[in-house]
Design a protein around this ligand. Structure first.
Ligand code: HEC
Length: 176
């Protein structure tokens, strides 16, 4: 490490001062970078770290958007107001089968017949739901706004299903 630093930062002076100065410069740079990450992450809920993670994992679309920006403000504070009652679950199932199953499949695995030729492919909702990112607000945003921002065929249901119906579907998905 010390050798590398010395090579990267050829400063005048004897070995001792050179080593010291380089180490100090490196430490300073690292602190600044750390400060920026914390500041940036705090500001935008994921920030630059999110972008880097997205790049490292070679992800595109919705997930990397989420990691960089969080759920869009319009939806960010929302949470499911409905109890997980048998009525809401069965209503949600019915709505899911009519509106979602063709792409996301009967059990939510993303293997519906209408989704086979889509690129990006329909999400495997079972695996999405098992991840911490799947907050109520994330699901509600995805369903409401659809995927046009990500060049995906995921339809926007904002004007198709009322709020109650969208939450019923989420209630159903949560207990799959
Ligand atoms: C025409 C096919 C199609 C239909 C119908 C459809 N979706 Fe999607 N959905 C997609 C595609 C493609 C994606 C992946 C790209 C994206 O996130 O926009 C997706 C992504 C999602 C995501 C994001 C999951 C994640 O991990 O990023 C959720 C949640 C979702 N859909 C729920 C639903 C629900 C609920 C319905 C029914 C109300 C539905 N979808 C109907 C195609 C569809």
């Amino acid at each position: 490490m010390k050798r590398l630093v010395l090579k990267l930062l050829p400063l005048k002076g004897n070995m001792k001062t050179r080593g010291f100065v380089s180490a100090a410069v490196m430490a300073g740079m690292m602190l600044m970078a750390l400060g920026y990450f914390i500041y940036d992450g705090h500001q935008r809920g994921g920030g630059m770290m999110g972008k880097m993670m997205g790049m490292m994992m070679n992800e595109t679309g919705r997930h990397s958007f989420l990691m960089s920006n969080g759920v869009p403000q319009k939806y960010a504070e929302l949470s499911n107001p409905l109890p997980s009652s048998p009525e809401n679950i069965s209503a949600g199932k019915e709505l899911y089968n009519i509106n979602c199953m063709s792409c996301h499949g009967e059990t939510g695995l993303g293997d519906g017949v209408a989704g086979k030729s889509l690129d990006p492919a329909p999400a495997d909702l079972i695996s999405s739901l098992s991840m911490p990112m799947s907050s109520d607000s994330f699901l509600y945003w995805s369903i409401s706004a659809g995927g046009s921002a990500f060049n995906s065929a995921m339809p926007a249901f904002e004007s198709v299903l009322n709020e109650n119906e969208r939450w019923q579907i989420i209630t159903y998905l949560r207990q799959l």
